[in-house]
Ligand binder design. Sequence first.
Ligand code: C2O
Ligand code: CU
Ligand code: CU
Length: 427
Amino acid sequence: LTSQNGLLELDLRVAEANVLIGGSAVRMLSYNGTVPGPTLHLRPGDRLRVWLRNELGEPTNVHTHGLRVSAVGNGDNPFLRIDPGQTFEYEIDLPDDHPSGVFWYHPHQHGLVADQLFGGLYGAIIVDEDDWSDTAPRVVVVSDVTIAGGSVARVAGVDRMLGRTGETLLTNGLVAPRLAAPSGSEQRLLVINACASRYLDMGLAGLNARLRGLDSGHRDEELVDRVLLVPGNRADLVITTPARPVDLIAAGYDRGQAGMGMMGGPAAMVSDALMLTVTPDASASVPDISPPTPETHPDLRDVTVDGTRTITMQMGMGGGMRFLIDGRAFDPDRVDQQVSIGTVEEWTIRNTSPMDHPFHLHIWPMQIIRAEGAETAELDIRDVVDVPAGSSVVVRIAFDRFPGRTVYHCHILDHEDLGMMGVIEAG
Ligand code: C2O
Ligand code: CU
Ligand code: CU
């Protein structure tokens, strides 16, 4: 779906639907009957108008992840609640200088986010200047799901604690699809990690893969043989179609454990999973790859910082495992961070728990300055930053515009639902 004359209008019906997964019908949640939902193509300066009709038996809402838009009013407001049977009109204005890139949308109804996303509610948003039909990159939405008795499996408490991972990896709603193009041709892949909790450690060997960007940040093309996408992250990649089929595998990953200290506890691990197979096919059309996008975010490494703060993600006991930021669980009526528009801040994000937590801030991208035990790239801009167990990451944020209230949270959505979220107000 592409905007016309600066406007994209869209009816988005949130309802249960029967979706074919690996050849059998599965009862899932969907936007407009499909999983993933429709891909939205916008240009900087566009207005997105969405009538979200909630036909679920529970409240929902929609969040445009990564977009640099105002959270005020009926825009991308994570505090809005759309009750069953209601329709809500969203109006989201992209500024004229909105960065191009791949973004996505998903529900943000606190307490239900992981269930609804795991159920099938997610879709891609592409922002660019290009004529969509000519240079369409391949959008690769990766998610995971567990199916039981013809519908999406309910999860146990321990799965919520660890962050649920699905038994089946889905690529654009398909199980291990083939991506065909003539041998030697280049393909541009925009990969979205839309999993509720799974880290995608993508193995790209044999594909001559070049990384062009992560989240809304762009970089000089760099040859890579693996890219880690934590939940919410996106990658802009160009690959060369090999002469023989090559599997793109999400490698097994260990996010740590939900136990305290020496006592250990259940582990959050996944094993290798096949995302897709890149297959040579002389009869397939040659994809058109658009030129790389120059970086548009200011480099914050050498600017004067107006303030610093420390954010601590922690797990603690007390009526079961608790997921906290700075010792507190989410309260929509409490402002946890007050920031001033026009300032640049340096945040140290600490993780004192034995499990990794991907930290997400709405609206304002974060530039990674230092990460414990990791080499950081020249200019690494993310809207979700992984903070491994027992370590910390230093980021800088330019609060350049957009007054109002929004949130920051762990993008393991079960943790967010369990309280690992805070409120930030800019003014
Ligand atoms: Cu992708 Cu606040 O979320
Ligand atoms: Cu978001
Ligand atoms: Cu977490």
